[in-house]
Design a protein around this ligand. Structure first.
Ligand code: NAP
Length: 321
């Protein structure tokens, strides 16, 4: 049965930003509600080794880290809700947040921590073979490529990490990058260059995914050299697109100020958005650092700022009375 729930703070999203906001808001006795979303735990749940989250000298696993964050949020008093928000109304406070279950949350303040989702190249052939050999998540789908040949497209940390991860299964991993240098961290690049199963095609873009139609199955790729224009066909059983992420900000279009690239705009050194009482933290607002630890830091800021906002508002309403 659907219901209406009143809350001082609602947090949308349960990645590093959302969980940290929940921990801080709960410890401020604000009884926050954290709506976990379609991918509870966020992007760290589809990574494997995490080596740069401070406090862990040994390599930890992304899904384990997120389990710990959620557990900590619940232990300090946050209410974790397994639901997905399909509508927000920010034109007046309290804000109205509607979920797929039919439940509605009436929130005095809101923390947007919806994160980001993988980007696609938007080639018709890429769309046609999505789920049939074309994937944006090596951790989710790598297992299917035991003893096979795969291609990874991209040159950032995600592409290099996915290529290294895929060597656990695949015979050969070909990384296709549009320039002649990676933007990934040096430590990851060194590991990739040393790996005997990985080859790199520089200055290459994926022109077309090649495959059989019935049933749909990837058989290879046409790679175009951006300098010479030459197109080469290579065989592959799987193609992983790892070209970055876009902010999950669609829910808020037209209601809140955004940058031209869709990231939610916040005030300098703050998580305050253009709507008083609404704060944004993590990958939905950060197009610069995009790290788990910076997302967690912003989640902390958002909770502290929500607390200050609520205190100031309470003072205002007492004065008005
Ligand atoms: P990213 O750093 O934005 O890199 C995206 C890569 O895809 C770039 O190499 C880019 O090429 C390429 N690319 C973009 N659009 C393309 C297109 N249309 N066609 C072909 N190639 C295209 O994205 P990311 O690797 O997903 O990383 C996102 C953020 O998360 C980064 O800040 C990263 O440091 C962080 N991250 C950190 C870790 C970690 O710390 N272990 C792990 C994963 C991600 P150009 O280089 O030419 O622009």
């Amino acid at each position: 049965m659907s219901g209406i729930v009143h809350a001082k703070v609602v947090i949308i999203g349960s990645g590093a930003a959302g969980c940290t906001a929940a921990i801080y808001a709960a410890r401020a006795m604000l009884e926050p509600v954290m709506i976990r979303g379609i991918q509870p735990g966020g992007q760290l749940t589809i990574t494997t080794d995490v080596e740069n989250y401070p406090g862990f000298a040994d390599v930890i696993q992304g899904p384990w880290l997120m389990e710990q964050m959620e557990k900590q949020a619940a232990q300090v008093g946050a209410r974790l809700v397994s639901d997905h928000v399909n509508k927000v109304e920010l034109s007046q406070r309290p804000f109205r947040i509607t979920c797929d279950s039919g439940d509605t949350y009436i929130a005095e303040s809101l923390v947007i921590a919806t994160g980001a989702q993988a980007r696609w190249l938007d080639l018709p052939s890429e769309q046609a073979f999505r789920g049939h050999g074309v994937s944006a998540c090596a951790t989710c789908d790598g297992f299917f490529y035991r003893g096979k040949n795969v291609i990874v497209v991209g040159g950032g940390n995600t592409a290099v990490e996915e290529a290294l991860f895929l060597t656990n299964f695949a015979n050969k991993v070909t990384v296709v990058h549009r320039r002649d240098a990676f933007r990934a961290e040096r430590i990851l690049q060194d590991r990739l260059f040393r790996h005997p199963k990985i080859v790199v095609i520089w200055d290459g873009v994926l022109d077309q995914v090649l495959g059989n139609e019935d049933p749909p199955k990837v058989a290879g790729a046409a790679i175009r050299n951006v300098k010479t224009g030459a197109v080469t066909e290579i065989g592959a059983d799987g193609i992983f697109i790892a070209i970055g992420h876009s902010p999950a900000s669609e829910l808020f279009v037209g209601q809140i100020q955004m940058k031209p690239n869709g990231y939610i705009r916040t005030a300098p050194y703050s998580t305050a958005t253009s709507v008083p009482g609404v704060f944004a933290a993590g990958d939905v607002t950060d197009d610069v650092y995009r790290q788990a630890v910076t997302a967690a830091g912003m989640g902390c800021m958002a909770a502290l700022e929500a607390e200050r906002f609520l205190t100031a508002h309470k003072v205002e309403s007492i004065a008005a009375e």
